[in-house]
Design a protein around this ligand. Structure first.
Ligand code: PGA
Length: 246
């Protein structure tokens, strides 16, 4: 299975900044070791999609959206159609990121509908799961992960295109990375549930304060199939370093 290095730009960067980024990133990408065993994916803000799709045209680097809706078109103010993303050449859609769950009230039912829609539209769903700090402290991490996976995948057919990201909410954007042991434990559990649900071949990415300094140790843990990187993906040099691990 190829390792996946995904960049979540969140609501950062203008189209011009995205173009400048890729001028530097694409110059450096040739020096990434073992690149034939890796996939690199960018999730820019929707307003940068045209700039990003043009900059990446003809390269092996893929892109997707950070969120999209469950209908192809219609009176859905402010939403993005997965069908249109596909038409523009996008391959991925991020679903259920913790910021969407906590700030935009996305629940497991909506996550399930979006994951199914992605599959229907031929996009690869990158389904994000993870426990909050209070859930970890209450000892219910495993229950939360089981619920998010079981409900989130309830409408999806087992297939090769799914990707899951385990992102403990307390590690996102906080600088508090999960320890290698915590990552190994959670990924082993996630893998076990995916096997039970019929999704055994799913890459499981880790996300939450991944940096060039901690990437190698985290990638060496069991069932870590790559990363979903926020803050450290915003500078080409630091994301190139992360992509060079492994
Ligand atoms: P971070 O974000 O790397 O800035 O912690 C990760 C994410 O939100 O996907």
């Amino acid at each position: 299975m190829k390792k996946i290095f995904a960049a979540n730009w969140k609501m950062y960067k203008t189209p011009d900044e995205a173009r400048h980024y890729f001028a530097e990133f694409l110059a450096g990408v040739k020096s990434i070791p073992h690149s034939q065993d890796k996939e690199v994916v960018f999730f820019p803000a929707t307003i940068c999609l045209e700039a990003v799709s043009k900059a990446l045209a003809g390269s092996a680097i893929q892109w997707g959206v950070q969120n999209a809706y469950i209908k192809n078109e219609g009176a859905f103010t402010g939403e993005t159609s997965m069908q249109t993303v596909r038409t523009l050449g996008g391959q991925f859609v991020l679903i259920g990121h913790s910021e969407r769950r906590s700030l935009f009230f996305e629940n497991d039912e909506m996550v399930a509908l979006k994951t199914a829609q992605a599959q229907e539209m031929g996009l690869r769903p990158l389904l994000c799961i993870g426990e909050s700090l209070s859930e970890r402290e209450a000892g219910v991490t495993q229950d939360v992960l089981r619920r998010q996976l079981t409900m989130g995948l309830a409408k999806t057919q087992p297939g090769k295109d799914l990707v899951v990201a385990y992102e403990p909410v307390w590690a996102i954007g906080t600088g508090k990375v999960a320890s290698p042991a915590q990552v190994a434990e959670a990924h082993t559990w996630v893998q076990q549930i995916l096997v039970e649900l019929g999704f055994a071949q799913t890459p499981i990415l880790y996300g939450g304060s991944v940096k060039p300094e901690n990437a190698a140790e985290l990638l060496a843990q069991n069932f870590v199939g790559g990363f979903l990187v926020g803050g450290a993906s915003l500078e080409p040099a630091s994301f190139l370093k992360i992509c060079s691990v492994g």
